[in-house]
Ligand binder design. Structure first.
Ligand code: NAP
Length: 319
């Protein structure tokens, strides 16, 4: 009986693998619009799709990002400036894309642009900290998607939303998880609403990867900046030892968890764009598969116990 079940499972995996290897044809006519191409996953995806022959519209936040990407890519790749928090900039980019793609329509948009700061315990932050991150990570995703959705409906194309495994489990304070849970929800409603139009919507939920966003030097500098602005009563509650332990945890993360192979994420993005049968969710990274996702399915008292066990100690709790 056991062997019979094992055989069926193996057969299912072979079937799925075979189904997922099929790729769409006429790549050279399939325009792909990617946000946040200055660095990290967005930059690597733009270069990767360019090499594969897709006409890429790479939106960069900075002029420097645009210039550097242009230098190393083919004539097929178009760069443009985009600030996803600015609706005028989003509309201008959509108008440029409309001119570029013409009657063909747009094949895919990849909502990749994002920020991870400020991240800190909830009571260290104010509402402006929340608003600034939600403006990029959530409202930016919604605005960009809506601006090009009519062009994607034309091709029965793809929307790829870059969330995070921290859109499935909350491990840190501040707006990052809040924003990514929002992306998950937007992604799911869009997937259902677009199904009748033949538009496929996929969500990428990476674990922790080595990009500018996870650079521990920059993160530590930012935590110190937040510490400096705290009122004295909060400083007394937490104590600077809390910050030092947070930094020690970051060092452990950098050494043991950070994954340097960005192609795991970029490969998932590429599959969502180019496979005939894309998945609805991708979870690149061993930490996602073997730690965060299983933890997200546990009863809350177990996941809380695990997360609090590794949480830095507060000065007030050891006095
Ligand atoms: N790295 C990870 O461990 C990880 C894990 C899960 C999910 N993610 C998600 O993956 C996506 C890409 O992040 P990454 O790790 O590749 O980090 P990254 O290298 O910092 O890339 C983020 C990109 O977004 C751009 N950006 C920032 N604010 C913007 C704005 N207002 N408008 C347009 N673009 C803006 C950045 O431009 P500048 O470089 O010029 O600031 C940068 O090009 C993000 O959505 C992130 O949340 C990352």
């Amino acid at each position: 009986m056991f062997l019979y079940v094992l055989g069926l499972v193996a057969l299912w995996f072979v079937f799925r693998w075979f189904k997922e290897t099929k790729r769409v044809s006429n790549k050279e006519d399939k325009y792909v619009y990617i946000t946040g191409c200055d660095s990290g996953f967005g930059n690597l995806l733009a270069r990767h799709l360019d090499k594969l022959g897709f006409p890429v519209i790479a939106a960069c936040f900075t002029e420097k990002g645009e210039d550097e990407l242009k230098k190393i890519s083919s004539e097929r790749l178009t760069t443009t400036h985009l600030d996803v928090t600015d609706s005028t900039s989003v509309s201008k980019t959509a108008a440029l894309i409309k001119t570029l793609v013409g009657e063909k329509g747009l094949w895919a948009v990849v909502n990749n642009a994002g920020v991870a700061l400020p991240t800190a315990p909830t009571d260290w932050l104010n509402i402006e900290d929340y608003k600034s991150m939600l403006a990029v990570n959530l409202c930016g995703v919604i605005d960009v998607t809506l601006s090009v959705l009519p062009l994607i409906k034309k091709t029965k194309g793809r929307v790829v939303n870059v969330s995070s495994v921290f859109g499935r489990i909350t491990t840190i304070g501040g707006p990052y998880c809040v924003s990514k849970y929002g992306v998950e929800s937007f992604n799911d409603s869009l997937r259902l609403n677009m199904a009748p139009f033949g538009v496929k919507v996929a969500c990428i939920e990476p674990g922790i990867f080595k990009t500018n966003m996870t650079d521990s030097v920059m993160l530590k500098k930012y935590v110190n900046k937040l510490w400096d602005r705290l009122p004295q009563d909060l400083k007394d509650d937490y104590g600077y030892m809390f910050v030092e332990q947070t930094f020690a945890n970051m060092d452990v993360m950098s050494k043991h968890i950070l994954d340097g192979d960005l192609m795991k994420v970029v490969g998932s993005m590429e599959h969502a764009i180019s496979a005939v049968h894309p998945r609805t969710r991708y979870s690149p990274g061993w930490d996602t598969k073997f730690l965060w996702l299983p933890l997200s399915y546990m009863p809350t008292f177990i996941s809380d116990k695990f997360l609090l066990k590794n949480y830095p100690k507060l000065k007030m709790s050891i006095q």
